[in-house]
Design a protein around this ligand. Structure first.
Ligand code: TPP
Ligand code: MG
Length: 565
């Protein structure tokens, strides 16, 4: 037990003590007037590493990347008003993907609240819909327990972001402070025996079981159990974008990703299985185009920690609410081994439909991503931005470990990746961390390259540069009569010079043979590097299920080439 201390501390000192109590070693943030007292304390506590980002959005994405990569809680700090609002996109990103972060903002003094004071904003009001809990602390006596509660709420149950707003006078006021051991959050162990028994019965009765693995399985740390279940019942396995890495992409039973840009095989099996076992996935519209026809021949068993997810997007046959690892630990002893040769044959036949098209005559995203996989032997942490490059990353890199694919799945936040990569590298310095960025996305938050350089965080930014907002342009090509409204980034921005101007290294890659050596050098150099990979603006992500269509209405590369003929 830590020795209890009872002493008078200021609000700012309490913030620092509470962070230390929680074992926080790194925070990401940006100072300003209202938060000056807290920054003054940080100055005196070098044991907490503060990473000064270029923009508060970068700080929130870095806290998120740190949390996703480490399974710890990410912390970001911002001042009042615009500092706080700049965090909002990162908080919403974390909320949509169930990432535990604690955002600490300072506000104007309590006597200035509600008066449109300089840099005053009601950040708790703004963030209430995108946090698990958001609160302003008006008395210094309440501060320590509010921060402690923030950490408990962020990581308990379905994780997510929490915001604590502290008026400036509260950061200066003093009160007694007594240190406490951090509260341990155990998974909710009130599992319902009847739903567990029903789950076992359904799994044991299935002839054509199919597993759909979502982000919840990784959050719960249930990789071993998921693999064991799949192997025991010889079920093919697909995953969602958020689920990547829990079930190894190299396994013989792996079908690839489900959904709009998933594999043909993964999507077609949805209509063939007789039991779909859904492990920590929320049936996003990107996975389920048409809820009515989804898994039309199957019973659906949904296991999720959040009861609110059950029957929300797709009506299921049965469900178990609880922590994934705990649920699987309880049911696995009762699950019998099974195999159905017809179903195994169908699985292997559908696996052959995987899209492994790589243009041979020129540099392409597909080539680059496959090369990243080969060179890093699948052991890197891959972050992405949002767009075509994100889908290609999901398709062409085989993920074998949870927490190695950091991507904004729910909110689809362009500009997420570089900040997330900085956070991930701070949390996992042992790993090669690569952000696969789009050229549009890179423009959004490229300023964080300066952060990586200043703080000596060797992240590798691979820009898939098609000179267009490719994903939006792909939709314009297919569904809007090739009217490319505002998606062609015709300008003179030179990413190599941008990289150099921000203190990083930049290399332009135009030929396939240049990429491998450049990546190997970047990994060896241990410095922030931008690899600007020039690809064709017309390359498309395939296969594709048009929005709202059933999972078996899936078009491949050839179909898309002939779309306008
Ligand atoms: C902040 C934000 N604004 C707009 C969008 C809509 N959007 C989704 S993908 C995309 C294009 C991204 O372009 P780029 O970064 O070049 O990636 P590419 O698709 O070309 O690989 C846009 C504009 C978004 N997801 N996020
Ligand atoms: Mg682009």
């Amino acid at each position: 037990m830590r020795e209890e201390t009872d002493m008078q501390l200021t609000g700012s000192q309490i913030v620092i003590e509470c962070l230390k109590e929680q074992g926080v070693d790194t925070v990401f943030g940006y100072p300003g007037g209202a938060i000056l007292n807290i920054y003054d304390e940080l100055y005196k506590h070098p044991e907490i590493r503060h990473i000064l980002t270029s923009h508060e959005q970068g700080a929130s994405h870095a806290a998120d990347g740190y949390a996703r990569a480490t399974r710890k809680i990410g912390v970001c700090l911002a001042t009042s008003g615009p500092g706080a609002t700049n965090l909002v996109t990162g908080i919403a990103t974390a909320y949509m993907d169930s990432v535990p972060i604690v955002a600490i903002t300072a506000n104007v003094g309590t006597s200035y609240l509600g008066k449109d004071s300089f840099q005053e904003v009601d950040i708790t009001g703004i963030t209430t819909p995108i946090t698990k809990y958001s609160s302003i602390v008006k008395n210094v006596e309440d501060l320590a327990d509010t921060i402690r509660r923030a950490f408990v709420i962020a990581k308990s149950g379905r994780p997510g972001p929490v915001l604590v707003d502290i008026p400036k006078d509260v950061t200066a006021a003093a009160c007694d402070f007594t240190g406490k051991e951090p509260e341990q959050t155990a998974p909710d162990s009130h599992l319902d025996d009847r739903s567990l028994a029903k789950a076992v019965e359904m799994i044991n009765a299935a002839k054509r079981p199919y597993l759909m693995v979502g982000g919840g399985a990784a959050i719960s740390g249930a990789q071993k159990e998921v693999i064991e279940l799949a192997h025991r019942i010889q079920a093919p396995v697909c995953d969602t974008l958020m689920g990547k890495g829990t079930f190894p992409g190299t396994d013989d039973q792996y079908m690839g990703m489900l959904g709009m840009h998933g594999t043909k095989g993964a999507n077609l099996l949805i209509s063939k299985c007789d039991l779909l076992i859904v492990l920590g996935a929320r049936f996003s519209d990107r996975d389920v185009g048409s809820p009515k026809t989804f898994a039309r021949q199957a019973k659906i068993l949904q296991i999720d920690i959040d009861p609110a997810e059950v029957n929300k997007n797709v009506v299921v046959t049965a469900s178990v609410s609880g922590d994934m690892k705990e649920v699987l630990d309880r049911i696995l002893p009762e699950i019998s081994e099974k195999s159905n040769p017809d179903w195994t044959d169908e699985m292997h036949a559908k696996q052959k439909l995987i899209n492994d098209y790589v243009p041979e005559d020129r540099l392409s995203a597909q080539f680059v991503i496959r090369k990243i996989y080969e060179i890093t032997e699948g052991k890197a942490i891959i972050c992405t931005d949002v767009g075509q490059h994100q889908m290609w990353a999901a398709q062409y890199y085989k993920f074998t470990e949870p927490r190695t694919f950091l991507t904004s799945g729910g909110l689809g936040t362009m500009g997420y990746g570089l900040g997330a990569a900085i956070g991930a590298k701070c949390g996992r310095p042992d790993k090669t961390v690569i952000n696969i960025a789009g050229d549009g996305c890179f423009r959004m938050n490229m300023n964080e390259l300066a952060t990586a350089v200043r703080s000596n965080i060797p992240v590798i930014e691979v820009v898939i540069n098609n000179h267009v907002l490719g994903m939006v342009r792909q939709w314009q090509n297919l569904f809007y009569g090739q009217r490319y409204s505002s998606t062609v980034l015709n300008d003179k921005v030179d990413f190599v010079k941008v990289a150099e101007a921000l203190g990083a290294e930049g290399v332009r890659i135009t030929k396939t043979e240049e990429f491998g050596p450049a990546l190997q050098k970047a990994i060896a150099d241990q410095k922030p590097v931008v690899l600007d990979c020039i690809i064709d603006p017309d390359d498309k992500v395939s296969p594709m299920i048009p929005a709202g269509k059933p999972n078996d209405e899936i078009y491949d590369q050839k179909d898309m080439e002939n779309w306008h003929k």
